[in-house]
Design a protein around this ligand. Structure first.
Ligand SMILES: [Zn+2]
Length: 308
């Protein structure tokens, strides 16, 4: 199993003790050594001249590209590397860029990064995307309807209404993703509308008040009509589409007959280790495509295949 998961492995210091200091933040946001990651509609600006690198900008370049109008632009402090601070900035107007710089969908960036082995870049870009999108969705207070303003480098938004003064924090939506097993067989499903041959582990959002184990058992019952018993946590993965945490588990089946929830799943199949190994060895086929390396389902399957 790979040591690291795509979108995990944040490589900067989030510097919580510094980002609440407005003087320090102002110094860093005007520091010519600081680095700025630009985003348009959630897509980071990438330099494609030599592979795929983040196209970091200086504060002057960022001011030129945003029109210098920081008051109307969402931005967030991402972290420090030594004395160098990195910020994420959402562009709100179209701008001219050199040919070797493009805004690229983060899934595409992550897919490409995953082919070259582990890279901390998707984690960095994912954190910027999640913070900017959350700030962009929270311009108004959900308690009183008045405006909010960013605080602590974009990790909090405060209501400007003194009699409310509610603080809002970035949210993360937990999703359980479970590899249901029965001895040397595991259960994989194909969601409604997925391309032919795409199978993955079952998954669903956790509901308020649930444990991971309870959410797993409920999801499997709802989607496949099956009872599961033991649930074992394996790994988790930040998933910035828009802002989830995938919680990967193994779940032992108590019953094995599949009753599909046809609103959710097109198909679900039991597949044994011998068949799965041969599909992994051959790279899959038209009737069964192996989940891509950016998906935690891939890691769950690889982990399970390694177990004797
Ligand atoms: Zn309010």
């Amino acid at each position: 199993m790979s040591e690291n998961i795509i979108f995990a492995g944040f490589s900067l210091d989030p510097a919580d003790h510094l980002r609440s200091d407005d003087t320090w933040l102002f110094e860093k946001i005007t520091d010519p050594d600081s680095r700025f990651l630009l985003y348009a509609d959630g897509r980071p600006l990438m330099d494609i001249s030599d592979g795929l690198q983040a196209a970091y900008k200086t504060v002057d370049e960022t001011n030129a590209l945003t029109g210098g109008n920081w008051g109307q632009t969402d931005w967030a402090f991402i972290g420090t590397d030594g004395d160098i601070a990195t910020f994420a900035v959402a562009l709100i107007r179209k701008t001219d860029l050199p040919d070797h710089e493009k805004f690229i969908d983060l899934r595409s960036v992550a897919l490409q990064a995953s082919k070259a082995g582990f890279s901390p870049l998707p984690s960095l870009l994912g954190r910027g995307k999640m913070l900017l999108e959350w700030n962009g969705r929270r311009h108004y207070c959900s308690c009183c309807g008045r405006k909010t303003k960013a605080d602590r480098g974009g990790y909090v938004r405060k209501c400007i209404n003194d009699s409310c003064a509610k603080e809002h924090f970035p949210r993360t939506d937990p999703v359980v993703i479970m590899l249901v097993t029965d001895g040397d067989k595991c259960l994989l499903g194909r969601g409604k509308g997925w391309p032919e041959g795409n199978y993955s582990a079952l998954a669903g959002f956790m509901e308020p008040g649930e444990t991971i184990e309870e959410a797993t058992r409920r999801e499997v019952m709802e989607e496949a009509g099956m009872k599961v018993g033991n649930v074992t946590y394996i790994r988790s993965q930040p998933w910035p589409f828009p802002s989830s945490l995938m919680i990967g588990v193994f779940a032992e089946a108590i019953t094995t007959e599949i009753t599909l929830d046809e609103d959710e799943l097109e198909d679900a199949i039991w597949i044994d280790k011998v068949k799965l190994r041969s599909l992994f060895d051959s790279g899959g086929d038209a009737s069964f495509k192996i989940p891509p390396k950016i998906a935690i389902a891939r890691y769950l399957l690889e982990e399970w295949l390694q177990q004797v």
